[in-house]
Design a protein around this ligand. Sequence first.
Ligand code: GLN
Length: 263
Amino acid sequence: MKKKVLTMVLCSVCAVAMLASCGSSSSTASTATASGSSASGKKYVIATDTQFPPFEFTNSDQKFVGIDVDILAAIAKDQGFDYELNSLGFDAALVAVQSGQADGVIAGMSITDERKQKFDFSDAYYDAEVTMAVAKGSDIKTFDDLKGKKVAIKTGTNGGDYAKSVKDKYGFEVVEFKDSPTMYQDVITGNTQACFEDYPVMAYNIKNGAQMVIPDGCTAAGSSYGFAVQKGQNAELLSMFNKGLADIKSNGAFDKIVDSYTK
Ligand code: GLN
């Protein structure tokens, strides 16, 4: 019994160390297995986020594009299935799948143990950490500087969950937003003093003009993105996704898509 408790303590120490490492940030494509192809006559409904570039967003030509949008198209073509993509918002996309209104979700969705209770996930296709970001010119440089401040988070995200898990430790209050652009705007105008967002998404927005900065070494809570279906449902769709993902990884299409948005 004693041993078990010690192990648990050690494990949580490791987990905290992993989560709160204020070190380098990375976002790399990950690998998958399996291959093959199949066809289905059904038209699947897939839900996604609204503005979450470079994964899904409306570009300056008013076209809905992004890594998720393009890999789904490539996978569907490879596997011969038909689908309709509905841009609902992150939280709403998860609810749509859980209520059976959508067959699957692709939305830069992190694979977490908690979500595995309700969803079946595909193989991971992208790795991302969560980062704190602040308005340009802000004095906030570390999590310790968040004491007494208001921090913006996006409803239902693992970045939001991470912020909630450390808010008492660092003494800040959280304010929830439904989408990423509204969350950034609140930070830029100074109503909230920081936000927590997936690193590659925050970096992409900053590169494209968001008046924010990512202080050095403030990443946390690494995760991998996966496509998801409701637990126990749509096994065929999930298996086609995995097979198609493996195919587009081995034929180079996957890397080409990622590079077209990130290089
Ligand atoms: N990766 C994060 C999550 O799954 C955020 C996803 C998003 O905002 N679209 O919670």
